[in-house]
Structure formats: C-alpha cells, structure tokens
Design a protein around this ligand. Structure first.
Ligand SMILES: Nc1nc2c(ncn2[C@@H]2O[C@H](COP(=O)(O)OP(=O)(O)OP(=O)(O)O)[C@@H](O)[C@H]2O)c(=O)[nH]1
Length: 350
C-alpha cells in the first residue's frame, strides 16, 4: 500500500461518470483537462471502445470513468446499478455543433435511471464545442437545450431533479471553469475552505484568491466574490509560468543537490495588479490577486520626498507592496496550517 492509499479518504462521492453520444468530446475533455494534451491533438483521438477509469490525486482523490457513447449500459451484461450508485456526479456531454435531439432523449433516459438508483447524484450537462457557435447562437442553444430537457423531465415526472448546464470548449478556459464547479460540489469541506479563503481576503486586502490543483488548473475552492473568467485565466497562466521557471532553475544548477523548497512566486503586472502564488499541500497552489494603492500614507508610512523626479508614486507603491506582502505571507502561513488541519480532519472522519 503506498502513502497515497493510506491518506485517501474512502469517499465514493468523488467519482465522476462521463457520458454522452459518440464523438461528443468526452475523451478530449479528459485528455486536455487531466493530461495537459494540446486541444488540437485531440483531432486524432480514436473512438473509445470500452469504459475507462482514470484516477487523479488532488485535495480529494478523484476518479473519472468514461463510458463510450456506442455502448448500451442498460443491457443486462452491464451492472449499471452498481456504476450509478457509486458516483457523485454524472457529467453528460452534448455536441452543440451536431444535431442534439437524440442526445437529449438519451440524457433524459439516463437521468431517470441514475436518479432512481442514486437520488443524491449531481447531474451536470456540458453543452460542448461552443467554439464553433456565434455568441448569440450559444445562448439560443443553451436556452433550447435547457427547455427541452426540462420538458422531457416533466414528462417523466422528474421535474424536481436539479440539472446544471455549462457552455464549454476545450479551446478556451470554459472547460476548466466548468470542471472546477463540478468538482467543488464533491469536496465535502468546501464551506470551511471558502470561509477560510474569505478570511484571507478580508485580512490581507486581496482582490481574489483561488486554491488551484496545479496539474489540471482546476480550482478546488475560491473566496465568495464572483469569478470572472479573465481573472481565472491570468491566475492559471501564472501557474504555468511559475512551474516553467521553477524547473528551469532546478535543472540549471546540476552541481547543487536539489533541495525542494516550497514554491513561491510574486509578480506585478503592468496594470498594477500583483500576482502571488504559494505552494500548498497535495499538489495545490494558492494564487491571489493583490492591488496595492500608491498613496504615501496608506500604511502610515513616511511621505517619500522624491516627487520631483517622478518616482514618488512608484516608491510609495513599492513600499506599500512590501508591507502588504509581509502581511499576506503571514496570513497565508496561517491558511496553510488550517488547510493541513482540514485535510487531517477529513482523513480521520473518513
Ligand atoms: N471544435 C471542437 N471540437 C472538439 C471539442 N472537444 C472535442 N472535439 C473534437 O471532437 C472529436 C471527438 O472527440 P472525442 O473526445 O474522441 O469524443 P468521444 O465523446 O470520446 O467519442 P467516443 O470515444 O466515440 O465516445 C475530436 O475530433 C475532437 O478534436 C471542442 O471543444 N471543440
């Protein structure tokens, strides 16, 4: 038994079932999100012929089972009841560039079955490949799919079933955003984490903070302010840059034995926003946006008298940033200790 197995909570809710008709994009989603495959390389993926399961270790240990579109899971040879009873989320992929009426009939049939076996299952529908649709058409398609699904569920007497819809594409960050929200529903400790992140934002004057899974760029938690996709993109790209730089320096000095320090990176963008990244536990990184004023007296500091040569604001900003970062460092240390406790508690409870 390896150390991961020992630490893994026996939580079968962290299983995701990925379903949908053939060529909808299921394998591509798995490859892009969890294996960092370039979206264009998915063009050459072969059709999946049998169910495949992949495991990912993050804050929670996640298993994603892909069921190929061409198989009929309601044949007696499949133990569908067992499959559905063990999953936390059913993710159904609809190809929005194709005729989708058959997919909607198939989806309703699956929801009816899944809900009967496991009423706690989260039902998540990806309206996928939206990169091929115009802005207006995307919203029309979403409205149509939601309407038709609602009607079908009403006919089946399942009007109370909660279904969430996401517009996604592997060619932009929408698929990561959707998976982030889907996976967050499976993290039992989410309310505590959000609360901790809200406190961090409040006491460190952060603009936004994410707890990212570094490998997949999924955020497993964020503070309660709304997420805008551009902020997400900037933070996700900052992780890539940090990792590239980190491995560059690690390999650069072969003579020195590798001491694996905690990764930390701070960078100020041209618009004055500072990005702050700190490595956490279990493949997670905390990424925060910090906006610092350039007023001289924000932290009660002395007024810097080099206004005439135009450096006044810059000097104030730098000084305030240093003070802010010292506070943030301290608070992030406290957060990390809290995160370790949350994880420890989750292990004991399970
Ligand atoms: N335009 C576009 N094409 C996509 C997207 N996602 C996947 N595709 C393409 O869709 C095709 C089918 O993708 P797959 O991932 O093999 O589909 P699948 O659902 O796994 O198919 P089966 O294995 O047959 O069940 C591939 O050519 C992908 O490149 C997307 O977001 N946008």
């Amino acid at each position: 038994m390896d150390s991961h197995t020992i630490l893994t909570p026996k939580n079968n809710k962290a299983n995701i079932l990925l379903m949908g008709l053939r060529r909808g994009g299921k394998s591509s989603i798995c490859k892009v999100v969890f294996h960092n495959m370039q979206p264009l390389d998915t063009l050459y993926l072969e059709s999946t012929s049998k169910p495949t399961t992949e495991k990912f270790h993050s804050l929670i240990d996640l298993s994603v089972m892909e069921l190929p579109g061409q198989l009929n899971y309601f044949e007696p040879s499949y133990d569908s009841a067992k499959i559905f009873s063990q999953v936390g989320a059913l993710v159904y992929v609809i190809d929005s560039q194709d005729e989708y009426l058959n997919a909607l009939t198939n989806l309703s049939m699956i929801i009816e079955y899944a809900y009967k076996i496991n009423p706690l299952i989260h039902i998540e529908v990806l309206i996928h490949k939206i990169d091929g649709l115009s802005e207006d058409y995307r919203l029309d398609t979403q409205r149509d799919i939601m309407q038709r699904t609602g009607d079908e569920l009403l006919d089946l007497g399942l009007e109370g079933v909660q279904v969430s819809f996401y517009l996604t594409s592997i060619f932009d960050h929408s698929i990561y955003e959707a998976f982030s929200r889907i996976i967050q529903k499976l993290v039992p400790e989410l309310p505590s984490l959000e609360n901790m992140l809200d406190n961090l934002v409040q006491y460190s004057r952060l603009e936004k903070v994410f707890l990212f899974d570094v490998n997949s760029k999924i955020y497993v938690a964020t503070d309660s302010s709304p997420v805008d996709i551009q902020t997400y993109e900037v933070c996700a790209e900052f992780i890539d840059i940090t990792i590239d730089l980190d491995s560059l320096y690690e390999n650069g000095d072969q003579a020195r034995p590798a001491i694996k320090d905690e990764v930390k990176c701070i960078s100020t963008l041209q618009n004055g926003v500072t990005l702050y990244l700190r490595q956490m536990i279990r493949g997670l990184a905390l990424v925060a946006l910090v906006r610092v004023d350039n007023e001289g007296d924000v932290y009660g500091g002395d007024k810097i008298e080099d206004e005439e040569n135009g450096n006044y604001y810059q000097s104030c900003r730098d000084k305030n940033l240093q003070q802010s970062l010292a506070i943030i460092d301290h608070n992030v240390n406290v957060f990390k200790q809290g995160l370790e406790k949350v994880w420890e508690h989750s292990r004991i409870r399970s």
